[in-house]
Ligand binder design. Structure first.
Ligand code: EPZ
Length: 436
């Protein structure tokens, strides 16, 4: 089992290019099921969740060719869901259990074929992760859904889903994505209210429109989709990963340094930029060769100020950056209050940060962080994807050696993080079999 070994205390310097967004790539991969024509997806991050989703598509009968780019951080995929009938349209448990976003194949399969059998994803370390919001809305579109032996068994008696005017009782990224894809081929018009507005949904909608879908209300909580007969292929480049970008911003804020991030959309991490600026970091945005650049500086002597933060749906502070900012705030002077409002169990990294010397108090969905706390390296264990990134950030700060175990969690969502950090001067090595 791989692990990362770090020697902390070195400020980060140089340039890093942000890879494509895992959480945009996953729904975009699912959307290839909507068309019988070839779809090319570029800037997919070379992470295990993407490889798992491609395996799910292949299990459904989709042809797939994957090409790794020269530095190994991204992939280009050429996919062909030409005719899936013979596959049984079944997404198997052994794949879905490792990557719960597989549930995103349900909407496209029902929209195109009128039936699907998808293993229930089950919970994960950060929470129960139900899919009731997905299933309720699909039933309203005409699907008959039963749970049988851990599988969602769904079919559309009338053959085609029909449009609905639907208000989600809770903002859900995945449910918005599933229903957006289902509505693209449904009969009539679908209105989705209280929809999530994360940038990844805008990217999925952009891809669907490149395939011929008719969608109004982009980047607003009310999406109107006029169903079409069929969707053609496309060649789509996935947006940069705002969570990977935010992770690097937190690494510089915590360890100190001066780093330029290439291929970033600063507005996608505006809430984090604002927080770190108020805490004492400096930012400069400028146009680079391949898109916007963002420079982040925190001189090692520059003290950080404590800040309060509460996670919220976009454009609020992302829950996927809550763990990383906790590592930063352990180095800030004063008491910071972090409220996690999206998931019920997303403070598992706190116990591991305490082992490194952080001074924290967890009370339900609230964490109190007292700083600055000197961190001392030791062996810590990753519990989930973003928790593992946080432990890497803390290891960049801690005096002495930090070993982060179980980094298969990290490999789910970060392509070559240790190589990107090495290029910024960090003392970090991977031990074990090597990343994906
Ligand atoms: C997406 O998960 C992301 N994953 C998560 O990123 C991210 O944390 C989350 O959105 C919130 O931004 C992908 O995009 C692949 P939700 P998703 O549906 O769609 C509850 C990472 O680290 N809910 O917006 O599963 C749910 O339990 C991952 O990259 C229901 O109750 O999140 C949660 O409390 C972690 N019923 C809240 O809504 C449902 O049917 C938000 O979940 C669906 C969700």
């Amino acid at each position: 089992m791989d692990r990362l070994v770090l020697e902390g205390g070195v400020p980060l310097k140089g340039h890093v290019t942000v890879s494509g967004a895992k959480n945009a790539a996953l729904p975009c991969l699912a959307a290839t099921l909507l068309s019988a024509e070839t779809v090319t997806l570029r800037h997919l991050p070379a992470v295990s969740d993407i490889r798992t989703m491609v395996k799910v598509l292949q299990a459904l009968g989709c042809e797939a060719q994957i090409e790794k780019d020269e530095d190994g951080f991204e992939l280009t995929a050429v996919l062909g869901a030409h005719d899936l009938e013979g596959s049984g349209l079944r997404a198997p448990y052994d794949l879905v259990k490792t990557m719960r976003a597989s549930i995103l194949v349900l909407g496209p399969l029902l929209a195109r074929y009128g039936r699907a059998s998808v293993s229930l994803p089950g919970g994960c370390a950060i929470g129960a992760r139900p899919v009731n919001l997905h299933l309720e809305a699909l039933e309203r579109m005409g699907a008959v859904i039963a749970i049988d032996k851990g599988y969602v068994e769904a079919h559309v008696p009338g053959g085609k889903l029909h449009g609905i005017d639907h208000t989600f009782e809770k903002v859900s990224v995945g449910a918005t994505e599933n229903l957006l894809m289902a509505a693209a081929l449904a009969e009539g018009t679908t209105v989705l209210r209280n929809a999530a507005v994360e940038p990844e949904i805008g990217d999925l909608a952009a891809m669907l429109m490149e395939m011929g879908a008719r969608i109004d209300g982009l980047d607003t909580p009310t999406l109107t989709i006029h169903g079409v007969e069929a969707l053609h292929g496309c060649d789509h480049a996935v947006i940069p990963d705002r969570i990977e970008a935010g992770t690097f911003l937190c690494a510089v804020a915590a360890a100190g340094g001066d780093v330029v991030l290439d291929r970033i959309v600063p507005d996608h991490v505006r809430s984090l930029i604002d927080l770190l600026e108020r805490a004492g970091c400096a930012f400069t945005e400028r146009q680079g060769q391949n898109g916007m650049q963002l420079r982040v500086q925190r001189e090692p002597g520059q003290r950080l100020r404590a800040r309060d933060v509460a996670t919220a749906p976009y454009p609020g502070f992302p829950t996927d950056l809550q763990a990383q900012v906790m590592a930063v705030l352990t180095q800030a002077s004063g008491i910071s209050v972090i409220k996690e409002t999206i998931f019920e169990n997303r403070f598992q990294h706190a116990m591991e940060l305490e082992r490194l010397g952080a001074n924290l108090r967890i009370d339900g969905g609230t964490a109190l962080v007292a700083g600055p706390s000197p961190l001392t390296g030791c062996t810590v264990m990753a519990t989930d994807l973003r928790a593992s990134a946080t432990l890497v950030i803390a290891g960049l700060v801690a005096q002495g050696q930090t070993i982060v175990d179980r980094i298969y969690h990290l490999d789910r969502g970060y392509a070559g993080l240790e190589r990107k950090l090495q290029a910024l001067g960090a003392r970090i090595q991977r031990q074990g079999g090597g990343s994906v």
